[in-house]
Write a protein that binds this ligand. Structure first.
Ligand SMILES: Nc1nc2c(ncn2[C@@H]2O[C@H](COP(=O)(O)OP(=O)(O)OP(=O)(O)O)[C@@H](O)[C@H]2O)c(=O)[nH]1
Ligand SMILES: [Mg+2]
Length: 694
């Protein structure tokens, strides 16, 4: 039996912009709690949390890591996430594992884009939040007072300090337990009254007594405080200096005293049912974390340990998990035994007998277990799954070419593994260009992937991948082809007449085909072409559409109507009609005002307000349409725009040069649009169909 029960657990995800000091905070908490008897530091590679080779080299977190410590009779699980905008997927993936998201803000640089994004992401998942203002040693009292105002402006008046620095950032004073005392800015008295006013509102009894002049027992305020956090009625602000261990014990105290336990917190968005769209029986579960109920655990992280191989890290939401448990993965009817279950402490994994409801654990070498899987031991839970998380899109692409011949297979194996661990990474071999293309959130993200390959001894060259254009038509036309071959014995004969028409991409058929819009209509009367050959014609049309006609890119948004033809009682064969269909389509396509479509992306750029002008100017010069600008508060502004992907393939470095490195962006596919004539002619002029005569 573990030394703690579910109500004594606190799960906290530590997020925020890169360099805010998240990892330093976690290291400091681990040391302060006595979980380790020496200090860990990112500065010399001794961090308990940033232990991967790449993290030590870059002095940044790249993967999330799970650690724990015990404080005043409570078990605190801490998940330290990376803060680079490119790596935010690793933070989002961990949201389902915790009750509370603590957003760390760098006191010296203010509210940055990842902190803002994670405040929103946590709110979207209905997760209680806290704000930790770190690096206070690098900030004056006046600047800290100003930052608190900016935080409240950006995230609401519910953001309230629960402690304040004193003695010139030498310590912090708890403003809930103390009704008076010294502080560097504001006054303990005022802040004490402010936070009390807010939390007594959660409990009518308490409120009545409080209004009657009775002071509550501050130590007994866990329930109303926790509920205030659940309802975003309070977002506590705490101050720390991770470097000099200021405010660390007070942070551990606040986590244990005020933050929700797994029995509290908000309901998890677990759903039941099948399919997509309108699920009739979709409903969140109404009870969690009961150890007496059937097991329900969710895998939020997959990683590879150099010694034991694949590890899946899970959060138990209900019931308990032991190494001996017979469990099922989602719909699987085959039960598995996990063998051994572990608690994680950074790179260390310590075998334990069981992982209780509300706790976080790991299991090794279960190849069938994947990211986002649900483990359970009751078939009633077969279809339980988590409401999908919203990850940033893998919009940034690179084509990679192995330096050593024959490395393709090895590269494929490694990329598959990386994609399994990282929900924001994908790779494929492009059918049109035959390039091996990797896609990620940004340049840094993919650089980390390439460095991981390099660590395995695989060197590659990279180049921007070719843009995936599409082809379509702008007017109706007719096409015809007669396929006739007479070589010695049996001949081949098939003749096809067809019409083609542009298909609106908003058409429901187009949408059903994943936006690739295609409709095939059979209008053949009187058996001019026997029914058995129609599928062959469609196959031929498909083949032509896949390979493109004017530039070698797939054709979309088109209706093909086959209305006449001829056959021969002996020589007509499928192969003949396939060829006739293909060439009749090509004939029609060429006469139907063919057009090249280019991908348009939507861009959301965040930067200091004074950079708005250069950003919008630069985007307009890139054929972009500015859709809006927003002042975000805290001196930051946001520009939204739609731009052709071809113009922003290198946007990371372009934005860096126009903003002096102060801007960040997210990019998402919007739609295909006809490319302007100069671009279309450049792309199409280089293209010739492989076999003009069949
Ligand atoms: N002066 C000072 N430096 C700090 C403090 N906290 C962290 N640092 C330093 O800030 C740098 C970044 O700290 P990390 O803990 O790696 O930051 P992080 O938020 O984990 O960054 P990512 O992992 O990249 O998201 C390191 O050089 C730390 O030593 C602090 O409170 N005061
Ligand atoms: Mg870090």
């Amino acid at each position: 039996m573990p030394a703690y029960s579910t109500d004594q657990i606190r799960n906290v995800l530590i997020v925020g912009h890169a360099g805010a000091g998240k990892t330093s905070l976690v290291d400091a908490m681990i040391f302060a709690s006595g979980a380790k008897n020496h200090k860990g530091s990112t500065a010399d590679g001794s961090s308990f949390s940033d232990f991967e080779k790449l993290e030590i080299e870059h002095r940044h977190s790249i993967y999330s890591s799970v650690l724990h410590c015990d404080h005043k009779g409570h078990r605190i699980n801490l998940i330290d996430a990376p803060g680079s905008p490119d790596l935010v997927g690793a933070a989002i993936a961990c949201l389902p594992a915790v009750e509370t998201v603590a957003v760390v803000i760098n006191a010296a640089s203010g509210i940055e884009v990842v902190s803002r994004k994670m405040m929103e992401a946590a709110k979207d998942r209905n997760l209680p939040r806290a704000i930790i203002v770190n690096r206070i040693d690098q900030c004056s009292a006046a600047a800290l007072a100003n930052l608190v105002e900016k935080i409240r402006e950006a995230f609401g008046a519910e953001c309230l300090p629960i402690n304040l620095p004193f003695g010139g950032n030498q310590g912090v004073v708890d403003c809930l337990l103390n009704s008076d005392g010294k502080s560097d800015f504001d006054t303990v008295k005022r802040v004490h009254a402010q936070i009390l006013d807010q939390i007594v509102e959660m409990d009518d009894n308490l409120l009545e007594k409080y209004l009657g002049g009775e002071e509550p027992d501050y130590k007994a305020l866990h329930n109303p405080f926790e509920r205030a956090m659940d309802e975003s009625h309070v977002i506590p602000i705490l101050f720390t200096d991770a470097k000099n261990a200021v405010g660390i014990v007070e942070l551990l105290d606040a986590i244990t005293m005020h933050f929700p336990s797994p029995l509290e917190g908000n309901l998890r968005p677990f759903l039941t049912g099948e399919g997509d769209g309108d699920k009739v029986n979709e409903r969140p579960f109404d009870y969690w974390n009961d150890p007496a109920k059937p097991l329900l655990a969710h895998v939020f992280k997959v990683t590879t340990d150099p010694f034991i191989g694949k590890m899946c890290v899970f959060r138990v939401h209900q019931g308990k998990l032991t190494g001996q448990s017979q469990v099922y993965i989602g719909h699987s009817k085959k039960s598995i035994k996990l063998g051994h279950v572990f608690h994680l402490q950074g790179k260390e994994h310590n075998e334990v007998n069981e992982i209780v409801a509300g706790d976080i654990g790991a299991v090794a070498k279960i190849e069938d277990l994947h990211f986002n899987d649900v483990l359970h031991d009751d078939h009633a839970l077969d279809s339980v799954h988590l409401k999908p998380l919203t990850f940033p899109n893998a919009m940034f692409g690179l084509a990679i070419i192995p330096k050593a011949r024959g490395d393709e297979v090895k590269i494929g194996q490694h990329l598959t593994k990386i994609a399994e661990e990282d929900p924001t990474f994908i790779w494929h071999v492009d059918k049109q260009t035959h390039e091996l293309v990797i896609n990620g959130v940004g340049e840094l993200h993919l650089r980390m992937v390439l460095e991981r390959l390099a660590q395995r001894g695989i060197a590659v060259e990279t180049k921007p991948p070719k843009i995936s254009y599409r082809e379509t038509i702008l007017s109706n036309s007719e096409g015809h082809h007669r396929h006739k071959k007479q070589t010695g014995g049996a001949g081949q004969f098939g003749e096809v007449f067809l019409r083609i028409e542009p298909l609106d991409s908003q058409n429901p058929v187009a949408t059903r085909n994943g936006g690739r819009g295609f409709e095939f209509v059979d209008e053949i009367f009187g058996g001019t072409i026997p029914g058995q050959f129609v599928p062959a014609i469609q196959k031929g049309v498909h083949e032509a559409m896949e390979h493109g006609v004017i530039a070698g890119f797939p054709v979309q948004d088109i209706r093909v109507i086959v209305y006449d033809g001829k056959h021969h009682p002996v020589d007509s064969k499928e192969v003949a009609f396939k060829s006739a269909g293909k060439w009749a389509f090509i004939d029609a396509f060429r006469k139907a005002r063919p057009a090249l479509l280019e991908p348009i992306v939507s861009l959301e750029v965040t930067a200091p307000e004074d950079k708005l002008g250069v950003i919008t100017g630069d985007l307009s010069g890139k054929r972009g349409r500015i859709m809006g600008t927003d002042i975000l508060g805290g001196g930051q502004a946001k520009v939204t725009a739609e731009v052709p992907l071809a113009e922003v393939m290198q946007y990371q470095s372009q934005l860096k040069s126009v903003t002096g490195g102060q801007g960040t962006f997210v990019m998402d596919f919007a739609r295909y649009e006809p490319a302007p004539p100069n671009i279309a002619s450049r792309v199409t002029s280089a293209f010739k169909l492989a076999e003009e005569v069949d």
